[in-house]
Design a protein around this ligand. Structure first.
Ligand code: SF4
Length: 488
C-alpha cells in the first residue's frame, strides 16, 4: 500500500470526501453534479467499487469566459472599495491644487508608495497584520524613504526587526535599498527590473509593480492561493511547482487592467478576512456565485469549501538541542550580581544560515539530549576555545542550571538548555579575548540596560527572561555574601 492509499483510507474512515490530485472523489455509487461557470456536467467513472467524478482538478481550467471574469473583477473591486481595512501602508497623500506641483508630487508619491509597499509586504510575509502595524510605523518613522534606509547599518536594521523573525528579510531589505540607491536611486518600475533587486522575488515584485506603478501583473500569496483554489475547486497539490505556475497564470487572468493594484489587494484582502482557512464566510462573499467550491458544497453535504486547497502533509520538523550559557561578568571586585554595569557576553552568529548576523548568548549545538555534565563540558570547551576563558580559574560566583525552553522555527524545534554563569574575574570583561584566527567570532559585553534596549530575537529574549525570573526568585541580593558559590 502506498502513502496515497493510506491517506485516502484514513480520510474515508472519518466519512469525509477525499479531494485528490486531478479528481474530486466520493464514496461508492454516488453521482454528483458539478456546476462549472459555463456548463453543468454530470460525469461518473466506475473503477471497481469506486466512483470518481472527473471534470475539475488536474487540468486546471483557465478563466476563459470574459463575462464571468468581468463579474468577478467588478464584484471584488466594489467589495474592496467598501470593505478594505485602513492600514498605514495604504495611506495616500492628498493632492495640491497646483498642476506642476502635482506632477512632481505624484512622482514622489509613487516612489514613496513603492517603498511603503516593499517594506510592508516584506514584513507581512509569515507575520500577522496586527503585529506588523507597529513595526511598520516605527520603521517609517526612522527611515521614511528608501534613501534614509540605505544609510542604515545592518545592526540598526536588525534591532528594528527584532521579534519579527525570519531575519533574512531585514537583511535583504537593507541590501536592496543600498543597491537601488547605488544604481541611481530611482525605484525600478517593472517586474523584471524589480526582480534584479536583492531580496525581491516574484511576489514582492508583483505587489510593488501593480500597487505602486499600476502594472497589470498578478500577485500570488497564501491568501490568493486559497481564494483561487476554492474559486476553481482545484484539487491539485498547491505546493507543487506545476500547480503554482497555474495559479500565477489564473491570477494573471484575474488582474483588472485598469486597477491592477486594487485587484491584487482585493484578492489578498478577501482571503484574509472572508475566505479564511478554516471558517470562510461564504454568505458574505462577493464572488460566491462564481465559486466552484461553494457550488460543490451546496450540492453535497460531503463537500466543504475548506476541502480546498488540498491539505498536504507537512515535512517533519527537525529536533535540535543546544546548551545556552548566559555569562554575566562582574566588572569589579565590589560588584554584586545586581550591579548595573555587569556585562553580559553576547556572540554574533555567522553571516550565513539561520539568524545570520544576530546576537545571542554563547550557545553550543549538541548532538541530541544531553545531561548537565555533558552540556557543561561542551560549554567550557567553547568558552575556552573562543575567549580563552577558563571556567576553573576565573572567579565563579555562581553557576546554575536554570532550566530549558523550546523555540520553534518553521522547520526546526530547538530545545535550549539554559545555564547562568556569573563570574568575577580580576580585570572584569577585559579577561575575554577573541581567538586571533581568520574565523574569529564577533562578541561584545553589554550591560543590563543595553541588553534590554537591544533588539533581541525572540529566542534570545526568552532566555534572558528566564534568567531574570530565576534571579528574582532564587538569588539573594549578593550571592557572594551567602557563599552561594557552586561546586562544579
Ligand atoms: S464563496 Fe466561500 S469559498 Fe468561495 S471564495 Fe467566497 S468565501 Fe471563499
Amino acid at each position: 500500500m502506498d502513502n496515497d492509499e493510506e491517506e485516502e483510507k484514513g480520510k474515508r474512515r472519518k466519512g469525509r470526501v477525499v479531494v485528490r490530485r486531478g479528481r474530486v472523489r466520493k464514496p461508492p455509487n454516488r453521482t454528483t453534479t458539478i456546476t462549472t461557470e459555463t456548463t453543468t456536467t454530470t460525469t461518473t467513472t466506475k473503477n471497481k467499487n469506486k466512483t470518481s467524478i472527473v471534470g475539475l482538478g488536474g487540468d486546471i481550467e483557465d478563466f476563459s469566459d470574459e463575462l464571468i471574469l468581468k463579474k468577478i473583477r467588478d464584484s471584488l473591486l466594489q467589495w474592496y472599495d467598501q470593505n478594505q481595512r485602513v492600514l498605514p501602508w495604504r495611506r495616500r497623500r492628498s493632492k495640491t491644487t497646483d498642476a506642476d506641483e502635482d506632477e512632481e508630487e505624484d512622482e514622489k508619491e509613487t516612489s514613496r508608495r513603492a517603498y511603503a509597499v516593499w517594506v510592508s509586504e516584506v514584513m507581512l510575509q509569515q507575520t500577522r497584520v496586527s503585529t506588523v502595524i507597529d513595526y511598520y510605523n516605527r520603521w517609517m518613522e526612522k527611515w521614511p524613504t528608501l534613501h534614509h534606509l540605505a544609510q542604515a547599518t545592518q545592526e540598526e536594521v536588525n534591532e528594528m526587526w527584532a521579534g519579527l523573525g525570519y531575519y533574512r528579510r531585514a537583511r535583504f531589505l537593507l541590501e536592496g535599498a543600498k543597491m537601488v540607491v547605488e544604481g541611481g536611486g530611482e525605484f525600478p518600475r517593472t517586474v523584471p527590473a524589480l526582480r534584479k533587486v536583492r531580496g525581491i522575488g516574484d511576489y514582492t515584485a508583483g505587489a510593488i509593480a501593480s500597487i505602486a506603478f499600476n502594472e497589470a501583473v498578478p500577485v500570488v500569496d497564501g491568501n490568493v492561493v486559497r481564494v483561487i483554489a476554492r474559486l476553481k475547486a482545484i484539487s491539485a497539490n498547491t505546493k507543487e511547482s506545476e500547480t503554482i505556475k497555474n495559479l500565477w497564470k489564473l491570477a494573471g487572468q484575474l488582474v483588472d487592467p485598469h486597477r491592477p493594484g486594487d485587484m491584487n489587494q482585493s484578492l489578498m484582502e478577501l482571503g484574509a478576512i472572508i475566505c479564511t482557512p478554516t471558517s470562510p464566510s461564504c454568505s458574505a462573499c462577493p464572488i460566491s456565485e462564481q465559486c466552484h467550491a461553494f457550488s460543490l458544497s451546496r450540492n453535497s453535504q460531503r463537500v466543504q469549501v475548506t476541502d480546498y486547497p488540498v491539505k498536504v502533509v507537512k515535512p517533519k520538523q527537525r529536533h535540535d538541542f543546544c546548551a545556552v550559557c548566559v555569562v554575566e561578568i562582574l566588572e569589579d571586585q565590589k560588584a554584586t550580581c545586581s550591579s548595573r554595569n555587569n556585562g553580559f557576553l553576547l556572540v554574533k552568529r555567522p553571516d550565513e544560515g539561520l539568524l545570520a548576523g544576530l546576537w545571542e548568548f554563547p550557545s553550543v549545538l549538541l548532538d541530541g539530549e544531553a545531561d548537565l555534565a555533558m552540556r557543561r563540558k561542551a560549554t567550557d570547551q567553547f568558552l575556552k576555545k573562543s575567549f580563552n576563558l577558563d571556567t576553573d580559574s576565573c572567579g565563579i560566583i555562581l553557576r546554575e542550571d536554570v532550566g530549558e525552553c523550546v523555540h520553534i522555527f518553521t522547520h526546526i524545534r530547538l530545545r535550549m538548555y539554559v545555564e547562568l554563569l556569573i563570574l568575577n574575574p580580576k580585570g572584569g570583561s577585559k579577561i575575554l579575548s577573541g581567538k586571533e584566527e581568520k574565523d574569529t567570532i564577533a562578541w561584545k559585553c553589554v550591560d543590563n540596560k543595553s541588553i534590554q534596549d537591544m533588539g533581541l530575537t525572540s529566542g534570545v529574549r526568552k532566555v534572558y527572561n528566564m534568567i531574570q525570573q530565576f534571579k528574582e526568585k532564587s538569588l539573594p541580593e549578593n550571592p557572594r555574601s551567602r557563599k552561594r558559590k557552586k561546586k562544579l
